[in-house]
Design a protein. Structure first.
Lengths: 310, 570
């Protein structure tokens, strides 16, 4: 297991390297630069700024310098937020996005799995249809529609919850967490239902039923574990995406996470900031895919056996 | 399931309609209303009418790029910097330029030497006195090319500023001197009548040398930032909030009523609007486009719309076909646009239709109206058709033109309307190109692909010159490629003219030439538009749209109603 883990982690390095290289040159191809503005800068000042940020050097030298810096975990100064380094911005924003993302993820799992399992258990009955139709609605309503609706209802009309903002207060987290979680709940419920139906038709479940095991025990101790496998593989990339923040949710609720940096950073040609969040996202994807594989091995004995044989 | 959806929609519908009754008559908003204002003999509010907590919540568009006054650009950072720092001059609520860090000043007869007498009570937020030497050091920093000050050219009128900026002279050669600790002298190359107005711009504010030397680029962090204005920085959560607290050492701290002000950045205007409606804000930076009619009906006591010192216009690329050397065509396209429709039906925000480049409202400048401004739209269109034919185009051989704008819903609407008017009146075929902002700026500056493109300008200082200088043949933002030696010469004359009436005439002449040459196609004068809590007083509309928190105060609430919530953290 340890050997396997090390191997997997080692293979992450070339992947990250490719990602960095690709992203670095991609963002530089975009026309315009970080210091362009409607108020044109005098050429002397532009030259000084370029020199200050090493933008006057050959692109390959800049690339080398960048690699050397990130090897030392220095993501450089932000070209747009002049008072902060990319490290500062990510260290301030990431905890916000992580908190929101983890809460949304937990909520989505806590609701999505039980209702999916329940729907499967009641397959083709009223409960199944209503859960699945709701899930379909959840998937289809985009969060930029859902968020303003929630604000209008709960913040403006009823006045129960704040309309946005952050400042680490639980009340302010409710609406954004719900907005983030809703489509995930729907996805997870659908995936769980599908795989649960499959598992419930498997022969080992039939055997359990034949032995006279109560339905609840069949569902929770035998069917659930294998039925979760597709959910787990969905969770890997989904967790990475939700933890790095959502542009839409951050905009609508004014949340200072890192999700907006993907878009704002690119629009501002804030080269280092874009690189910073891309690398973070890449690392999270790699990490979560790795974790998914580990959990898979734990949930599905067949995978472990295969490894032992090999 | 369908029932669930229907009931949610019903609830929302009722929620929306609740505000919409009495459709045409402005309905009183549900905002809390203030008690009547009572003042003492100095015009200051009596304590009994003031609200108990004087904490102001201001919406402030995007996160400021920096709080270093010398590096900052953009309105959001200027709003905060004007509260944190104070220049030699400052603005009164109505926009009038009054003494700031300098209580009074002398201007030499030739208009070239300004001597400022600093307020001896001037203090930094750590208690240090504000001295003339602080200004000398700060201004040298601004023009030092190593600083990279975005707005360094604000100090361009000062002797040697250009040479220092270009790195040909050391910063010490800048024409500023500290005659004694409270007397600061500036020498100018040309008499610059708007110089006192420039001094309200954050680039000319002093910075605290010692904290800069100790903290380097981290000198603007809360706890490090030492400022000389009415407020000091106490909290800064990036993209969440910036909190300022009253500076007890401020020279007239006893006149500052608002104890704390919190600036919230908003990336989305609808979000800001929702926060205002929920009672979280006293002051918004803008209002959502498309909500104007609703706001007029339902929040008329909070909606504030006022002319701004900016013009929305389009520009022609004069260096390429089809507009090079084709005045008739440019004129035809200009006359074919119905400005009334643009402002009444398209932009719909109370903007003011215009044929001029320079907005009205300056104390010493009256924009020269071109003759066609007084014609009827039919007359203008008839003339447009005549000129169009004269330019060599006709219905059978129509002009095909590219109209370029940066991606935005409002710009798109205006471009579509322009294209429709051109098609209607002249039969012009328009291809619309929208581009992401920086791509757009680059294309404009290169002048290789542009034909007609969106432009717009908000004046940097309260003088017509801030618009006129854009079209100097060597100006960095002369994206039209206008090159008229007579115009350039006029600008140089304006810069060196000392007598106000002569200078005014020269500027009128310059604008007249610019309009006659049809370099631009002006559409409307911008308006500033925001929502303000009816209890917030002490501020006045002004064309520069500068509103210092230190003039403001919150009145006590008349009866129960929605009140801005305190932060949950408090």
């Amino acid at each position: 297991m340890l050997k396997y883990s090390l191997k997997r982690l080692a293979s992450a390095i070339p992947t990250l390297f490719l990602l960095i290289t690709f992203a670095f040159f991609m963002i530089r191809i975009a026309p315009g630069g970080p210091f362009d503005s409607e108020r044109a800068l005098p050429p002397e000042i532009e030259a000084n700024l370029a020199a200050k940020y090493h933008l006057d050097e050959h692109l390959v030298i800049q690339y080398g310098r960048y690699l050397w810096n990130i090897a030392r975990l220095d993501f450089g100064p932000s070209f747009h937020y002049l008072d902060w380094s990319v490290n500062d911005l990510i260290l301030q924003g990431a905890p916000v996005s992580f908190t929101l993302g983890l809460l949304a993820l937990a909520l989505a799992l806590a609701i999505g799995i039980p209702i999916g399992a329940w729907a499967a258990f009641r397959q083709n009955r009223a409960a199944d249809y209503s859960v699945m139709s709701l899930a379909m609605v959840g998937i289809s309503i985009p969060n930029f529609v859902m968020a303003p609706l929630l604000i209008l209802l709960f913040a403006i009309t009823l006045g129960w919850l704040p309309a946005g903002g952050w400042e680490f207060s639980p009340a302010r987290m409710v609406l954004p967490v719900i907005t983030l979680a809703l489509p995930m709940i729907a996805y997870i419920a659908r995936i769980t239902r599908g795989s649960m139906i499959e598992v419930l038709h498997a022969s080992f479940i039939r055997t359990a039923r034949a032995k006279g095991m109560p339905s609840r025990n069949i569902l929770f101790s035998h069917a659930l574990k294998p039925a979760l496998l597709p959910v787990i593989s969905y969770l890997g990339p989904a967790a990475a995406a939700i933890l790095t923040g959502s542009v839409v949710v951050e905009r609508i609720f004014t949340i200072p996470g890192i999700g907006s940096y993907f878009v704002q950073g690119a629009l501002n040609r804030d080269y280092t900031l874009v690189m910073g969040v891309v690398i973070l996202y890449g690392m999270l994807i790699i990490l979560f895919n790795f974790l998914v594989d580990l959990v898979y091995a734990w949930l599905d004995p067949r995978i472990r056996y295969d490894e032992q044989e090999a | 399931m369908r029932g669930w959806l229907v009931s949610v929609l019903l609830v929302l519908l009722v929620a929306c309609n609740g505000d919409r009754q009495g459709s045409e008559e402005p309905a009183p908003s549900r905002l809390a209303q203030p008690v009547a204002l009572e003042t003492d003999e100095h015009g200051r509010p009596l304590p009994r009418v003031l609200a108990e907590t004087q904490v102001l919540y201001r919406g402030n568009a995007e996160e400021p790029q920096t709080l270093d006054p010398h590096l900052a650009e953009g309105v959001p950072s200027a709003n905060i910097l004007r509260d944190l720092f104070e220049g030699l001059t400052t603005t009164a609520p109505g926009g009038r330029i009054v003494g700031g860090a300098a209580v009074h000043w002398d201007i030499s007869r030739d208009g070239l030497t300004y001597t400022f007498y600093l307020d001896p009570d001037g203090r930094w937020s750590n208690g240090d006195p504000v001295t003339a030497q602080d200004f000398v050091w700060s201004w040298r920093r601004v023009v030092d090319p190593q600083t990279g000050a975005a707005y360094g050219r604000m100090l361009a009128p000062v002797v040697n500023a250009g040479e220092v900026f270009a790195g040909r002279l050391p910063p010490e050669e800048l024409g500023v001197t500290a005659l004694n600790p409270t007397t600061f002298q500036v020498r100018l190359d040309d008499p610059t009548s708007y110089f006192l107005g420039l001094l309200t711009h954050p680039t000319t504010f002093p910075v605290h040398r010692e904290s800069l030397e100790v903290h380097g680029s981290a000198h603007v962090r809360p706890g490090n930032l030492v400022s000389n204005g009415a407020y000091q920085l106490t909290d800064w959560q990036v993209r969440s909030r910036i909190e300022l607290t009253k500076n007890p050492h401020f020279r007239i701290a006893d006149q500052v009523i608002i104890e704390r002000v919190v600036f919230y950045p908003f990336e989305d205007e609808n979000t800001e609007f929702n926060r205002f409606r929920a009672g979280d804000l006293h002051w918004t930076y803008q209002v959502p486009s498309g909500q104007f009619r609703w706001l007029e009906r339902n929040m008329s006591d909070a909606l504030m719309v006022a002319p701004w010192f900016g013009t929305y216009f389009f520009s022609f690329n004069l260096t390429r076909e089809p507009f090079r050397d084709n005045l008739e065509l440019r004129r035809a396209l200009n006359l074919a646009i119905d400005r009334e429709i643009m402002t009444e039906r398209v932009s719909r925000f109370g903007e003011i239709p215009t044929f001029n480049l320079i907005p009205p409202g300056l104390p010493d400048y009256e924009p020269p109206e071109p003759d066609y401004a007084s014609w009827t739209q039919e007359e203008r269109e008839a003339e447009a058709r005549r000129l169009y034919l004269q330019a060599g185009y006709s219905e059978s051989e129509p002009l095909t033109v590219e109209l370029r704008y940066n991606t935005s819903e409002n710009h798109r609407k205006i471009a579509v309307a322009m294209a429709a008017m051109w098609k209607d009146v002249l039969g012009v075929r328009t291809r619309m190109v929208n581009e992401e902002f920086r791509v757009f700026l680059q294309n404009r500056a290169q002048r290789r692909v542009t034909q007609v493109f969106r432009a717009g300008w908000i004046g940097d200082y309260q003088d017509a010159f801030t618009f006129l200088e854009l079209f100097h043949s060597e100006h960095g933002r002369n994206d039209a490629g206008y090159d008229n030696p007579r115009y350039d010469r006029l600008l140089e004359q304006i810069a060196s003219e000392r007598i106000p009436s002569r200078r005014r005439n020269l500027m009128v002449e310059a604008e007249r030439i610019l309009l006659a040459d049809q370099v631009v196609l002006p559409v409307f004068i911008y308006v500033s538009k925001r929502l303000v809590d009816p209890r917030l007083k002490g501020w006045e509309e002004n064309i520069m749209d500068q509103h210092l928190t230190r003039h403001m105060f919150l009145l006590r609430e008349r009866s129960a109603g929605v009140s801005p919530r305190e932060d949950a953290s408090e």
